[in-house]
Design a binder for this molecule. Structure first.
Ligand code: ADP
Ligand code: MG
Length: 279
């Protein structure tokens, strides 16, 4: 008979995993691509002073779509100008990709902005004597760059906004929607991290507005583009993941739409929110 050695008895109680391992892994904190901290902007004209922004703080996550609403004169355009480094705050800070814009010289701000921010305005501001393609590549056309050096990028952007068929036409020969597409293409041509739009559909009919907003959302979804737009139209605002409401230079409310499925549900949520705000 074999001598069977008793197997060492293993303790049934398993060692408890360390507290750190038990905890769910945290999603890494995403650094905002654009942030504002306590922004104040005062305009002084003819001895009187207007406080257009009165302590605005905001964080925009990379790849997100933020809509800004609020009554006329509430400071929306001022906020966009400051966020894009087109103007400096009276106090407070703007951070673009973590870099503080205040304190930089004009030239340094221009450099920080270049390739980081693209602007789209209500009026398309296209150069009438240049073609669609030339308007889009304007800075490089002005700089006298060899067209072959940017041709590939230009083709890509023109295709992205659906303007291939009218690339050689003048602004006067295309529709308002196509003009705004040209302006959007011009804004995204340098592949900016953020596109800022101040009422980008304010001058367009409903159907064309929808096409432009769909284009913006496509850029966001397919190209991880960060987008911030100002709009008066609740349906336009509903394209955002988040809508903020400005009043007298302050953010007085915001609504999260992320995760809400369907344009109709989002639009309804925005309308109900505005109604509650009494807007
Ligand atoms: N360049 C400026 N000089 C003086 N006042 C200005 C200037 N720009 C805007 N304002 C004033 O600041 C306030 C906010 O304006 P703005 O940012 O254009 O509002 P919104 O875009 O929401 O209509 C308004 O009272 C406006 O008159
Ligand atoms: Mg405005």
């Amino acid at each position: 008979m074999r001598d069977v050695k008793p197997r060492p008895v293993r303790s049934k109680a398993k060692a408890k995993p360390k507290a750190a391992a038990r905890r769910k892994p945290k999603a890494p904190a995403v650094e905002p691509i654009l942030a504002a901290r306590d922004l104040v902007k005062e305009y002084n004209t003819n001895g009187s002073s207007v406080r257009a922004l009165d302590g605005v703080s905001l964080e925009v996550a990379p790849g997100s779509f933020v809509s800004v609403m609020g009554p006329s004169g509430s400071g929306k355009s001022t906020l966009m100008h400051l966020l894009g480094g087109l103007d400096a705050p009276t106090s407070g800070d703007v951070f673009l990709r973590g870099k503080k814009l205040s304190g930089l010289t004009d030239q340094e701000v221009t450099l920080a902005r270049r390739g980081s921010v693209g602007f789209v305005f209500q009026f398309f501001n296209l150069v009438p004597v240049l073609t669609v393609a030339e308007n889009i590549a304007l800075p490089l056309v002005i700089a006298g760059d060899e067209p072959s050096s940017y041709a590939a990028r230009l083709d890509e952007v023109i295709a992205q906004v659906g303007l291939t068929d009218c690339r050689d036409q003048l602004p006067s020969q295309i529709s308002g929607g196509q003009q705004q597409r040209t302006a959007i293409a011009r804004a995204i041509f340098p592949a900016p991290a953020v596109v800022l739009g101040d009422e980008p559909t304010g001058n367009l009919d409903t159907r064309t507005s929808q096409q432009i907003l769909n284009l913006l959302r496509e850029l966001q979804e397919a190209h991880d583009q960060t987008i911030v737009i100002v709009t008066h139209d609740p349906r336009a605002a509903a394209y955002g993941d988040r809508v903020i409401y400005l009043e007298d230079g302050q953010i007085t409310s915001n609504i999260e739409l992320n995760g809400m499925r369907g344009g109709e549900a989002r639009a309804k949520a925005v309308l109900a929110w505005l109604q509650k705000l009494g807007a």
